[in-house]
Design a protein around this ligand. Structure first.
Ligand SMILES: [Zn+2]
Ligand SMILES: [Zn+2]
Length: 164
């Protein structure tokens, strides 16, 4: 199986590599790469910002051709999410929704202006977790982390008032 490693240094998930990796994982896992599922993947790979299940379903119907059923769209999303190929981006940082991701321990940086998402590995929270566990007697089982701000492109656009 060719699961790509988490991007080092932090990077956008490459759409082509993502699609290839998901198809590879489906084949290994015995999930058939049917035409409707493939169309779901292709549509997801084109998004440059977080998307919702409803938006995906609508966009699939606009593409022309036979639209995959709602159940197929939602089941495929759920499957991709639970396998780590999609991550959930939370509100307060642009649109809430899904973004393409990679299985493994990664977190995301979200641009609040354009919705660009950068994945990164190595959150280095071990020390904090250990300290909090000792101070609170919690058995800490996991964490959620999402960073947000403005990406380099949006910051450049801001600093040139003549550029639209
Ligand atoms: Zn941006
Ligand atoms: Zn982490």
């Amino acid at each position: 199986m060719t699961t790509p490693e988490a991007p080092t240094p932090p990077a956008r998930v490459n759409p082509e590599a993502w699609m290839q990796a998901v198809r590879g994982a489906w084949r290994v896992g015995g999930l058939r790469v049917t035409e409707p599922r493939l169309r779901v993947l292709q549509t997801i790979a084109r998004y440059g910002a977080p998307f919702s299940a409803e938006q995906l379903y609508d966009d699939l119907s606009r593409d022309g051709g036979e639209r995959p059923g709602r159940a197929t769209v939602y089941r495929t999303l759920e499957h991709l999410h639970s396998a780590g190929w999609l991550a959930r981006i939370h509100g307060g940082a642009g649109e809430a929704g899904y973004v393409t991701s990679l299985p493994g321990h990664v977190h995301h940086l979200v641009c609040t202006s354009c919705g660009t998402v950068i994945a990164f590995a190595g959150c280095a929270l071990d020390e904090l977790v250990a300290r909090l566990a000792a101070q609170t007697d919690f058995a800490i089982e996991g964490h959620l982390l999402q960073l947000y701000g403005r990406c380099a492109t949006c910051r450049k656009a801001r600093s040139h008032p003549c550029a639209d």
